[in-house]
Design a protein around this ligand. Structure first.
Ligand SMILES: Cc1cc2nc3c(=O)[nH]c(=O)nc-3n(C[C@H](O)[C@H](O)[C@H](O)COP(=O)(O)OP(=O)(O)OC[C@H]3O[C@@H](n4cnc5c(N)ncnc54)[C@H](O)[C@@H]3O)c2cc1C
Length: 487
C-alpha cells in the first residue's frame, strides 16, 4: 500500500517506520526542514539546547522500533540510566537528591524530609501496582474497541478498583500516603508530566512516579534530539521517502475513505493516510469538510509553559541534569494557573545537558533550559508575562545559587504559548494535547482511527493515549496494529 504520514514528530516517525517494516511504501511529510517536531534543538554561539522534551523515560518503546526492523538500536543511538534523577530545591535551602533506585530515594527522603523510608517505599509500590493493573488497558490498547473492555485484563482491573484511587485527586492521595507536606509536593509535581493539575487530576495518576523510580529515567547521549535523529536515520534506512519543508494543505477524501493529500496544487494519492498533526489543526485545516468532533476538540487543554534557553558563562556544578526549584505555596501556584494567571513564586524546572554532554556549552559554561508552567491559550499579554517571569526566575535562581545570574547570561532565546502554537503546531500552546484533569480524560481523547473515513488514522500527543514521548510512540504502535487488522 501507499501510506502517507502527515507530520514527522516522534509519533509520525514511529508510524512511518512501523508501516515501512510491514513492507508498505511510506511517504512522510513535514512542513519543517527537519524531523522531530517538538523534539528539536537550537544551536547558538557554542551552546546547544533541546527545545521541547528533556526527560526521557521508557526507552524500550524507542528501542522496539529498531528491534522490529531487525537492527541494533545501539548502532543508532545510546543512552544511560540516570543514577540521580532530579535535584529538588526549596526556598529555605533544603535540597533533596532523588536517586533512581527506590531504596536510595527512600533513604534520602528520610534523611532530608524525615519521612520513614518504609512509607516512601510503600508509596512507590502502590504506584507500581496502579501501573501494572491499568497501564496496558489505558495506554497500549484502543479504547474504542469492545475487545479492550471484554478482556481478562479489564476484568482484573475492575476487581482492583478500590485500590486505584479513582475517586480522589492526586494531591489527596499523596497527602494521605506521605503525611508530609514536602513529600506531597514532590509527588504532586508528577502531575505536570502530562500537563495536569495535581489538585484536580485523578488519584490514579499517582502511578506516574513508577515511570521514574521503578522503570527509570534515562539520558540519550548527545541530548534528546539524538532520538529524533536516530529515528530519522532508521526511517531512511527502511526506504521511507522524506518530504521535509513540505506543508500538507488538505487530506483528500470522498464520503467514505481517505484518498491522499494535497500539497499546494499537487495531489498525491495514497491508500492510507496517517495524521500526526495536532488533532485540532487536523480537523480545522486539513479536513474542512468533515464533521468536527466538537466535544473532543473543546476539551480543556493541558498546561503550557514559558521557557528560557540561557547560555550561562559559568559551569554551575550545583545543578544536575534535572533540577526543580519549588514554589513555597504549590496550591496557590496551581490555583493561579487554573485561573489563567502566573503565580509570583513559580516552580522552576532547570535542565542542564552540559552536565552530561560538555560539548553542549563552551568550556566552563552551561546551557540551561529553564521552564515554568503557564496556562495554555495565546490570548493573554504574553510580552508582559514573559518579562515578569524572567525577573522572578532570575531572582529565585540567583537566591538559590548564591550569585547573580543575569550578568552571566551570554545567550537567550524564549518560547511562550504563542511560539509553542505557531512553531510547534500545538493548539493553544498546550504541551500535551488535552488535559488529564478529569477521571474521564482518557475517554475523551480522539481515537487513533477516524469514525467517518476508513483509511484515515491519527497518532501523536493530542490523541489516544496522550502526550509525552512514550505515549506518542504507543499511539504509533496502535495505528500500526489497527491498519494491520483492517487488511
Ligand atoms: C516544552 C515542552 C517540553 C516537553 N517535555 C517533555 C518531556 O520532558 N518528556 C516527554 O516525554 N515529553 C515532553 N513533552 C511532550 C512531547 O514533546 C510531545 O508529546 C511529543 O514530542 C509529541 O510528538 P508528536 O508525535 O505528537 O508530534 P509533534 O512533535 O507535535 O510533531 C508534529 C509534526 O507535524 C508537523 N506538521 C504540522 N502540521 C503540518 C502540515 N500541515 N503538514 C506537514 N507537517 C505538519 C509539525 O511540523 C511537526 O513536526 C514536552 C513538550 C514541550 C513542547
Amino acid at each position: 500500500m501507499q501510506v502517507h504520514v502527515v507530520g514527522a514528530g516522534i509519533a509520525g516517525l514511529a508510524a512511518a517506520i512501523r508501516l515501512a517494516i510491514r513492507g508498505h511504501q511510506v511517504c512522510l511529510f513535514d512542513s519543517q526542514e527537519r524531523p522531530g517536531g517538538k523534539m528539536s534543538q537550537i544551536q547558538k554561539a557554542g551552546y546547544r539546547f533541546d527545545t521541547g522534551p528533556s526527560l526521557f523515560t521508557m526507552p524500550q518503546y524507542v528501542d522496539a522500533l529498531f528491534e522490529a526492523a531487525g537492527k541494533d538500536p545501539r548502532d543508532y543511538y545510546r543512552y544511560e540510566r540516570l543514577d540521580e534523577i532530579c535535584r529538588y530545591f526549596w526556598n529555605d535551602g533544603t535540597e533533596l537528591r532523588a536517586k533512581g533506585d527506590s531504596e536510595s530515594f527512600a533513604l534520602e527522603v528520610e534523611r532530608v524530609l524525615g519521612v520513614p523510608s518504609k512509607r516512601t517505599k510503600k508509596i512507590l509500590a502502590q504506584a507500581r501496582h496502579k501501573y501494572e493493573v491499568t497501564g496496558r488497558i489505558f495506554l497500549e490498547k484502543p479504547l474504542n474497541r469492545w475487545s479492550t473492555w471484554f478482556s481478562r485484563e479489564t476484568l482484573m482491573a475492575v476487581l482492583q478498583i478500590p485500590t486505584l484511587s479513582l475517586f480522589s485527586s492526586m494531591h489527596q492521595v499523596n497527602r494521605r500516603s506521605s503525611k508530609n507536606a514536602r513529600l506531597t509536593q514532590l509527588l504532586d509535581r508528577f502531575a505536570t508530566y502530562n500537563g495536569s493539575d495535581p489538585y484536580r487530576a485523578p488519584g490514579m495518576l499517582t502511578m506516574i512516579p513508577h515511570f521514574e523510580h521503578g522503570i527509570g529515567a534515562f539520558y540519550p547521549e548527545g541530548g534528546i534530539y539524538s532520538i529524533a535523529q536516530a529515528l530519522h536515520r532508521l526511517a531512511l534506512d527502511l526506504g521511507v521517502e522524506m518530504r521535509l519543508s513540505t506543508q500538507v494543505d488538505e487530506i483528500l477524501h470522498d464520503e467514505h475513505r481517505a484518498q491522499g493529500v494535497r500539497v499546494g496544487e499537487e495531489v498525491i494519492p495514497a491508500d492510507v493516510v496517517i495524521c500526526n498533526m495536532d488533532i485540532h489543526f487536523a480537523y480545522r485545516q486539513l479536513l474542512p469538510r468533515l464533521k468536527k468532533p466538537e466535544r473532543i476538540l473543546r476539551r480543556e487543554r493541558s498546561s503550557s509553559a514559558i521557557i528560557f534557553y540561557w547560555g550561562v558563562g559559568e559551569s554551575l556544578p550545583e545543578l544536575e541534569l534535572h533540577n526543580i526549584f519549588f514554589a513555597e505555596d504549590y496550591a496557590a501556584e496551581f490555583q493561579a494557573l487554573s485561573e489563567g494567571r502566573l503565580h509570583e513564586d513559580p516552580t522552576v524546572y532547570v535542565n542542564r545537558t552540559s552536565s552530561k554532554t560538555p560539548a553542549d556549552a563552551p568550556e566552563g559554561k552551561s546551557n540551561l533550559f529553564v521552564m515554568i508552567n503557564a496556562p495554555s491559550g495565546t490570548d493573554r499579554d504574553w510580552e508582559q508575562l514573559v518579562a515578569d517571569s524572567r525577573k522572578r526566575i532570575l531572582a529565585k535562581l540567583s537566591d538559590a545559587l548564591g550569585r547573580e545570574l543575569a550578568p552571566l547570561l551570554e545567550v537567550e532565546e524564549v518560547l511562550d504559548p504563542r511560539g509553542i502554537e505557531s512553531k510547534m503546531h500545538s493548539f493553544a500552546g498546550a504541551l500535551y494535547g488535552s488535559s488529564s484533569n478529569s477521571s474521564f480524560a482518557a475517554f475523551f481523547r480522539h481515537a487513533n482511527q477516524s469514525r467517518q473515513l476508513s483509511d484515515l488514522y491519527f497518532c501523536g500527543g493530542s490523541v489516544h493515549p496522550g502526550g509525552g514521548i512514550p505515549l506518542a510512540l504507543l499511539s504509533a504502535a496502535l495505528v500500526d496494529r489497527l491498519i494491520a487488522q483492517e487488511q
